[in-house]
Design a protein around this ligand. Structure first.
Ligand SMILES: [Zn+2]
Length: 423
């Protein structure tokens, strides 16, 4: 029952207001600070429209009261709660053992300055990655630093692995990218703390989430629809020049940092209360800066699998459940990507979770469809949201890679919590 409540809390929300308004050509000129010597002004502007799929302009994901997944691969699991509850009542549900040791946690090492030549990703647990781009851009994806992913601090899924660091340990955050408003991806205390420590950090959110940020006192926010893009310019501010001048070396003035960010589809839903399901959009994202491109798949399903007898592999050749076509479009129109951050956990039971959460086999297909050259797994190792054993996702990932004739290490890996990988 407790686990059922945990799962139920995952699909609740507290977003009381909603707006379809879009931040077309939103431009924010602000002063940004970093632990590096320079101060930067950050500008967000409309990017020259790049090509998207033909069907994108139809906005098939917009519906009367919010948003929908407009594909055959989607079959909403919302009427299956009774079956899930029965699994718990009847004792059929697996209760994952979280007794340590589970996933190793290490204290992350962040780079001391923006002057870096490689792409570097650090897993901060669940769906949170901190990405250091060559050239200096620093982006945090889906940060949640609380113990519980829940609207309440005393109930809801509790971490079984420690956060590897605190927000105050992250030296520079230029942008925060949010996939959707579920509590394991969007936390009010976390975003408020980031805003307090980095008042000029800019938040990028899917359509309909801007009002929640404004109501939370965060005005540096841009909301985008699937296939929308924005250009980001971080330029050393006048104050920064003065800082450099006083250092007596004009030639050391830091260069502009340029980036492009794009909002992209994925198969999921949103909710922060029992009353606002699908009122705000969910998304995957890409960020390109310093010549490197990262795809953040957010929270997503890939296909919908019906209830099958125990032990049956729904990826077996005799089954051919439709897969979400959006990922091939992402690969075709925005790929290839140097690194994909792709969810591999929270997938059991499949008849309930497959529509909204990919399992490792789905994740490998997403990896291939989106044309990622390398990938790291996420959305596991932190909170028990579903029935699979907590160390099963990386094992299944290796099986899936083998099945797709991809080397089991060095292509689509998992890392320890707090570990950084360079690309
Ligand atoms: Zn979610």
């Amino acid at each position: 029952m407790q686990a059922f409540l945990r799962r139920w809390s995952h699909i609740r929300s507290h977003n009381t207001s909603f707006s379809f308004s879009r931040s077309f050509a939103a431009t924010n000129l602000r002063m940004a600070s970093s632990t590096a010597t320079a101060l930067y002004a950050l500008t967000v502007s409309a990017s020259p429209s790049s090509q998207g799929p033909e069907d994108a302009s139809k906005k098939a994901h917009h519906c009367k009261n919010g948003f929908d997944n407009p594909w055959d691969s989607w079959n909403a699991p919302f009427n299956k709660h009774g079956q899930v509850l029965w699994r718990f009542v009847s004792g059929k549900a697996n209760r994952p053992d979280t007794t340590p040791p589970t996933v190793p946690v290490q204290k992350p090492d962040f780079l001391p300055s923006r002057e870096t030549s490689t792409l570097r990703a650090t897993w901060l647990g669940h769906a949170c990655y901190y990405v250091e781009f060559p050239g200096g851009l620093r982006v945090l994806f889906d940060p949640v630093f609380e113990d519980r992913c829940s609207p309440l601090s005393w109930i809801g899924p509790k971490r079984y692995t420690e956060p590897p660091c605190e927000i105050k340990d992250i030296p520079t955050i230029d942008a925060v990218v949010i996939s959707h408003n579920h509590y394991d991806h969007l936390s009010l205390p976390t975003v408020k703390d980031i805003h307090k420590r980095h008042p000029n950090c800019h938040f990028f959110v899917p359509l309909g989430n801007k009002t929640w940020f404004i109501n939370s006192g965060i005005l540096n926010v841009t909301e985008l629809d699937w296939w929308d893009e924005r250009d980001i310019l971080l330029s050393p501010s006048q104050s920064a020049s003065r800082v450099e001048d006083t250092a007596g070396d004009a030639s050391s003035k830091p260069a502009d940092i340029k980036a492009r960010i794009g909002c992209l589809p994925c198969q999921h839903f949103s909710a922060r209360t029992p009353f606002d399901r699908c009122k705000t959009l969910w998304a995957s994202w890409y960020v390109e800066s310093g010549g490197r491109k990262v795809y953040f798949a957010g929270d997503t399903g890939y296909r919908t699998v019906p209830e099958l007898p125990d032990g049956v592999d729904d990826h077996a050749p005799e089954y051919n459940f439709p897969s979400c076509p959006a990922f091939k479009q992402v690969g075709e129109f925005r790929g290839p990507f140097d690194l994909g951050l792709i969810p591999i956990g929270a997938y059991d039971p499949r008849f309930f979770m497959s529509a909204i959460h990919s399992d490792p086999h789905d994740a490998v297909e997403i990896f291939q469809d989106t044309k990622c050259k390398k990938a790291l797994g996420m959305h596991w190792g932190t909170w028990v949201l579903t029935e699979e054993d907590v160390l099963e996702p990386p094992k299944k990932l290796k099986e899936a890679l083998k099945k797709h004739e991809i080397p089991e290490t060095g292509v689509f890996d998992v890392c320890d919590i707090g570990e950084s990988r360079e690309y």
